[in-house]
Structure formats: structure tokens, C-alpha cells
Design a protein around this ligand. Structure first.
Ligand code: BG6
Length: 494
């Protein structure tokens, strides 16, 4: 368990889920809630009210949830009696958030529950966050003990994120607002905190004196996945870097927090995010690459190009590579190379820490040649492991000189914790939301610092009229992404 950095420790008794008939709710949220229910982690008193625009009765909605569980959970998690007791918690209320109707019906349905803590979870288009918060306030469903959770994105730039935060903030105080970045719910991302701050081994070297550079890769094999209307015009920078990758970067590079409380961790993350050097028109071409995939093959199957999937040419980037700098004492001069893309050759999220070479090679005179600098590779998904590359002496009598070789110290987390069920990120996040622990949720100042850095890149792109370069689906991005790092004498770890 990461923390009990709780600000609002009262458990909610009612969870109201907006967007309950949508894809995320069906694929992730209901299966996660079911898993928590099955493991006895939800209080008997917890009721879940689904809400969507369609009018339907409770039974029709329960049937929909039943079908979603069957489709999205492994067969061995489905137990008929448990499904029935789970569905018995569920009710439904139609609300048209756009039209602002249905809140009074919700208030009637909630009845006395209105006086006890309610958690409202928004899995809706982001344009609805402000209006829903306001609608809840007007119907008195934003009580002092109520809280609200929102999916990303919060706005589409700094100004709009401030508007959304202000509208939501007018109905719910900041310690009642839970902004979701589902990467923070991933066990392996939380494990970065354990790796850095529960071990003495790495932290003394975690700085510009010992580290040459850091690489963060989040590669996906999927393409548009039918999300045309959302993705086009958004692109990889806003979809992945603004949130998930910057959160990863913050956890990897922040100063040690004094505890794992919500305030301590988020204070350090925001400090780090504010230390990111802003790109400008005069360095954006050297420090960033935009790409868009054309047709190719991924995992042996032919796939269409982005513009073909879309049915029209587009300037949206499906790949981005960045060279970022953190202007503080710890990271002075250390490049952080970030890259993320769709239709890459494999799905992998990985952090690579490239250490500097030893200051003096004592083996040079006895024929050992060049020493490879140490490297630590942290695989976040799909594999969960940590590998450290170190130099070792090859066994032998060394009559022709000492032979040194790079060997790998390999810690497989999946293996070390083989008996533990890997939980869906949303199980953790939903439970923390219900229990009121904000540590793994993004604070307003973090989101705004993230947008500030992203906006600077977008402004610089616009100033130099940067268009995405083509890359073949199934490759590691445009050749200029390779040049971005190779110019510095390093290379991507593919
Ligand atoms: C989402 C993005 O936030 O994260 C998607 O909108 C992306 O485009 C997804 O595919 C990746 O999440 P995961 O958990 O599969 O790495």
C-alpha cells in the first residue's frame, strides 16, 4: 500500500458514475469495481449509480453491466453469485449533462444519501466537466463531504484547463477534486517510488554527476482504435506527453518527498514540472520531432496509414520525440529523451538510466579495452522488470590480457511476486477515490504546470511551422527521431 496520505478520509457511500454506458466504464470501471467487490473491499453500504444520456431502467442497465463484465473480465474471475450481488448495488439515472437535465431526478433517487458522502466520477467528454460540476452544485449534490473524479484531459491548453479547474473548483474544493492519470494507478509506476526511495543503492547516483542521460519510451502498437473524433487534432503530445509521460518524468526526477502523503509527493512533482526548460522557436527543431505513421506492418499484419484510417490528410502527430532539460541543481545538463508513438513495432513502456563512464579505466593497460558505462533499464509494461548492466571479468587466466564483459543483473518483478494478482490500474484509483486518498491523483497546479510546458512546445511548433514527418507503421518513428539522440552520441534503447 503506497500511502494513507488522506485529505478526506470519509468513505463515500454512493458512487455516481457519469458516462456509465461509455467505453471506459464498460471496459475498465465496472470490471475494476467488480474486482473490488469480489475481494470484499467495498463496504456493503456502497451503492453505484450509473448515469448516461439514454433513458433506460435499472434492470436494462444492470444487464448492460453484466454483459460488460462477461466480455472484459477473465473467465476465472466471473462467479455468477458474486455478479448478482455486485449488480444489486447498481442503479441508473438518465442525465443529459449537455442539456442540464436530469439532476433533479438524481437528487430524488439519492434521497437520504444526499446527506452522506457521494463520489461523482466523470468518464465523459472533458467539455462536460465544468457543466456537470455546476449542475451538481445547483442540485445540491456537491455537499461538503462529496468529491469528484475526472478523467484526462483537463482542458486542451493552459487557459482552458484553468477554466475547467475554476468551474469545477467553484463547486468542489481542491481537496475534493481527484484528477485521474491512469498511469499513476499502475503498480510499476508506483514501484518507481519504491525503487528510488526504499533503497540506498541508487539515490546517491541519481543526479548529473553520475547520470549521462535518461530515456523514457511509451510505445504502442495500436493505431486510432476508432477514436478518430477524439484523437485527430489532439495528437501524441497532448494525448500522452502532457499527462502520462510528464507524470513518469516527475516521479523519476523529483526530489525525495518527506513522506508518501498526497501533499508531500505532489509538492515535489510540481516543483519538478516547473523546472522543465521551455522550448522556444529557436531550439524546437533541434529538440523535438513530430511523426505520423503511414501504412506498414505491425506484428506481421498489414495496417493502414493514419491519414487512410482518418479518410483525409491531417497534420496531427501520432509520434513525438523530445529532448527535455530540467533546470535545477540535480539535473543540470542531463538530457531527458522522451518518445511516444502509435503503431510502433512493440508495446513497451520503459525508462532507461544511462550512467556516465568510470572516470579512469584501470584495465586499459592490461588489454581490457573500452568499458561500457552502466545502464539501468526499468520496464514498466508489458514486462515488469529492472535490469542493471554492469561490467564483469570473464573467467580465465588472463594471459592475453584481462577480458571484461557487460553482464545483466536482472530482477523480474513478475517472477518475484508471481503469486500476486496484477490489478487493473483503475482498481487502485477507484478504491483510493472512494476512501479519499489523493496521493495518486493529479493536483491542479501539476496539471497547469504540465500544460505550460506543452503550450510552449506547441507555440514553438506553430512559429516554425513544423509538420509531422512520415514513419512507416511498425517502425520506431521518423529517422529524425534517431538523429535527435544520435547527435548527442547516444542511441535509443529499442
Ligand atoms: C490513454 C491515451 O490516456 O492512454 C491513449 O488516450 C493510449 O491514446 C492509452 O492508448 C495508453 O494507456 P496504456 O495503459 O494502454 O499504456
Amino acid at each position: 500500500m503506497l500511502s494513507k496520505g488522506t485529505n478526506v478520509s470519509v468513505k463515500v457511500e454512493t458512487l455516481v458514475l457519469f458516462g456509465a454506458t461509455g467505453d471506459l466504464a464498460q471496459r475498465m470501471l465496472f470490471p475494476s469495481l467488480y474486482n473490488l467487490h469480489m475481494d470484499g473491499l467495498l463496504a456493503d453500504t456502497l451503492t453505484i449509480v450509473g448515469s448516461g444520456r439514454s433513458a433506460m431502467d435499472r434492470d436494462a442497465f444492470r444487464a448492460q453491466v453484466r454483459a460488460a463484465l462477461a466480455e472484459h473480465l477473465p473467465a476465472d474471475r466471473i462467479d455468477a453469485a458474486t455478479v448478482d450481488t455486485f449488480l444489486a448495488r447498481i442503479d441508473y439515472c438518465a442525465i443529459d449533462a449537455g442539456a442540464g437535465t436530469g439532476y433533479d431526478d438524481l437528487a430524488v433517487l439519492l434521497g437520504d444519501r444526499m446527506n452522506r458522502p457521494i463520489g461523482v466520477y466523470l468518464s465523459t467528454p472533458p467539455s462536460m466537466f465544468g457543466p456537470i460540476a455546476q449542475g451538481l452544485k445547483a442540485a445540491n449534490i456537491a455537499c461538503a463531504e462529496c468529491r469528484i473524479a475526472m478523467e484526462k484531459p483537463i482542458g486542451h491548453d493552459l487557459a482552458s484547463s484553468r477554466d475547467v479547474n475554476a468551474q469545477v473548483g467553484d463547486a468542489f474544493a481542491e481537496d475534493r477534486v481527484f484528477r485521474i492519470d491512469h498511469y499513476l494507478g499502475k503498480e510499476t509506476v508506483q514501484n518507481l517510488l519504491a525503487l528510488r526511495f526504499a533503497n540506498m543503492l541508487f539515490e546517491p547516483l541519481w543526479n548529473a554527476q553520475a547520470i549521462d542521460h535518461v530515456q523514457i519510451t511509451v510505445a504502442e502498437t495500436v493505431g486510432l482504435e476508432g477514436r478518430v473524433s477524439y484523437y485527430d487534432g489532439v495528437g501524441a503530445l497532448k494525448d500522452m506527453v502532457q499527462n502520462h509521460m510528464l507524470q513518469l518524468l516527475a516521479i523519476i526526477a523529483m526530489e525525495p518527498p518527506s513522506s508518501v502523503s498526497a501533499t508531500a509527493v505532489r509538492d515535489e512533482k510540481v516543483k519538478l514540472l516547473r523546472s522543465l526548460r521551455k522550448m522556444r522557436a529557436d531550439d524546437v527543431k533541434a529538440h523535438s520531432v513530430k511523426g505520423q505513421y503511414s501504412s506498414g506492418a505491425v506484428n506481421g499484419a498489414a495496417v493502414a496509414g493514419y491519414a487512410d484510417e482518418l479518410g483525409t490528410p491531417s497534420n496531427t502527430e501520432t509520434f513525438v520525440a523530445l529532448k527535455a532539460f530540467i533546470d535545477n541543481w540535480r539535473w543540470k545538463g542531463v538530457p531527458f529523451y522522451l518518445r511516444t508513438g502509435k503503431r510502433m513495432p512493440q508495446r513497451k513502456s520503459e525508462v532507461l538510466i544511462q550512467f556516465k563512464p568510470v572516470p579512469h579505466n584501470i584495465f586499459a593497460r592490461v588489454g581490457a579495452g573500452k568499458l561500457d558505462a552502466n545502464m539501468m533499464i526499468i520496464n514498466l509494461q508489458p514486462e515488469e522488470n529492472i535490469r542493471v548492466k554492469v561490467m564483469a571479468k570473464q573467467p580465465g587466466l588472463d594471459r592475453d590480457g584481462v577480458k571484461l564483459k557487460e553482464v545483466t543483473m536482472d530482477v523480474s518483478l513478475s517472477h518475484s511476486f508471481a503469486g500476486e494478482r496484477r490489478r487493473i490500474a483503475y482498481e487502485r484509483l477507484l478504491l483510493d477515490f472512494i476512501e479519499g486518498d489523493q496521493t495518486l491523483f493529479v493536483r491542479r497546479d501539476e496539471v497547469e504546470a504540465q500544460w505550460e510546458w506543452i503550450d510552449a512546445i506547441r507555440d514553438a511548433w506553430a512559429a516554425v511551422d513544423m509538420a509531422p514527418q512520415n514513419y512507416t507503421a511498425g517502425s520506431w518513428g521518423p529517422s529524425s527521431a534517431i538523429a535527435l539522440i544520435e547527435r548527442d552520441g547516444a542511441s535509443w534503447h529499442d
